[in-house]
Design a protein around this ligand. Structure first.
Ligand code: ZN
Length: 407
């Protein structure tokens, strides 16, 4: 399906640094070494509600990965899905009386508008699951040929016993896995399962639900296998970064990694699993089920999207943090300070700022450190320091290219 339009990126002098990122599956910070093309898959939204700040925080983190890689001279191949058929979407459609397709289309369009406003670089392939059901079914067929599946009624399950690397992504204990699986859409207690952690690959048609034909009968894909199929067909296995919020570590990324491994025989499915922290409101993680959401579209109505972007960048992407109304105010003030300084006829030499921002960003996307480097330059420029007429333009280019903030 249609992606969204790309913001212009100003070129920067010299070349960026190799990006180091915290890899959940390695339990530590590792240098990414994409060669020559960097390949990234970021799990997309289930489009039944508007983009909230938790989403924006996640997509911004991977936008920074994209930007730092490009600055280091890589071509970036970026794929994202939209889970445009799934239980929560169908439930919401039922509750509101809106056709599920119309609901998905409306929310995906709003998501595109939000991403454009926040200057998030678009994916090369933005794939709705409903567009690739046949490919997902084909992957399930491959898993079946490997002896990794079984059926309960006409639902098809993946047998965790067939996955030798299961647990490698999250490193969680079985007890933790069982708890999270139950919380996050799994069905550990379903009768007839061989193991509580076996997961659904294909949900057979139920009355009133959309379905597609397949070798297993009519039905629709399970959640994890859709991303595995899209990533394999667009990027191939062994891609550089699999990304999402930290609530995707388990079960989503763990189960997807095992599907990819068993289907292809290749490991790792992704070289690094990278996860953004959770944004809370009123002491609780921002989530649809709790209803404590701050929508990007609503914030945009009152604030410059670049201030929203700066408010998010003020936190390290891996941190869990709490949104408070004051943060948009501080970010707006910072944006005004930067714009004012970057609009001066001259300022202090900005090449050291470029070096500092590159170093901070290459170090696991240390955005608070990068912001501090620009803050320091802006304060000096505002104080009348420096006579370099090229410096303000270079600072605008740094903010634009590496941080995605248009001044
Ligand atoms: Zn996914």
């Amino acid at each position: 399906m249609r992606s969204w339009s790309a913001p212009n990126i100003s070129p920067l002098p010299g070349a960026g640094l190799p990006l180091r990122l915290y890899d959940t599956s390695a339990r530590g910070i590792r240098e990414t070494s994409p060669a020559p093309e960097a390949r990234m898959y970021v799990c997309g939204i289930t489009p039944y509600d508007a983009t909230h700040l938790g989403h924006a925080n996640t997509y911004l983190a991977f936008d920074l990965v994209n930007r730092v890689w490009r600055d280091a001279g890589h071509r970036v191949h970026f794929t994202q899905n939209a889970t445009d058929v799934d239980d929560p979407l169908l439930e919401r459609a039922e509750q509101t009386g809106i056709d599920w397709r119309d609901l998905a289309e409306r929310e995906i369009e709003l998501f595109r508008t939000d991403m454009e406003a926040l200057r998030v670089l678009p994916p090369d392939e933005y794939v709705g699951v409903t567009e690739v059901v046949a490919q997902v079914a084909e992957l399930i067929g491959r898993l079946k040929d490997k002896g990794a599946t079984y059926e309960i009624g006409r639902d098809v399950y993946f047998s965790v016993a067939a996955a030798p690397k299961f647990g490698a992504v999250s490193g969680y204990s079985e007890e933790q896995m069982l708890e999270l699986f139950a919380e996050r859409g799994g069905d550990p207690a379903r009768e007839g399962k061989r193991h509580p952690l076996d997961w659904l690959l294909w949900r057979a048609e139920r009355p009133g639900e959309p379905s597609w034909p397949s070798d297993f009968g009519p039905g629709r894909p399970g959640w994890h296998v859709e991303c595995t199929a899209i990533a394999l067909s667009c990027l191939g296995s062994g891609f550089d970064v699999s990304g999402g919020g930290s609530d995707l570590i388990f079960p989503h990324h763990e189960m997807g990694a095992s599907e990819g491994h068993v289907a292809t025989g290749e490991w790792p499915f992704a070289k690094a699993y990278v996860h953004a922290g959770m944004v809370a409101l009123d002491g609780e993680k921002m989530s649809k089920s709790r209803g404590n959401l701050v929508f990007v579209s609503r914030l945009r109505a009152e604030h410059d999207p670049m201030a929203i972007r700066l408010a998010l960048l003020a936190h390290h992407y891996r941190a869990d943090w709490e949104w408070t109304a004051g943060q948009i105010g501080s970010a707006s003030e910072r944006l005004a300070r930067w714009r004012s300084a970057a609009g001066l006829p001259a300022g202090p030499d900005a090449l050291p700022v470029l070096q500092q921002v590159r170093e901070r960003m290459a170090d696991d996307l240390d955005t608070p450190g990068a912001l501090a480097a620009v803050d320091a330059w802006a304060a000096r420029a505002a104080g009348g320091e420096g006579t370099d007429p090229g410096a303000p333009a270079l600072v605008r280019a740094i903010a634009d290219t590496l941080l995605g903030v248009a001044l």
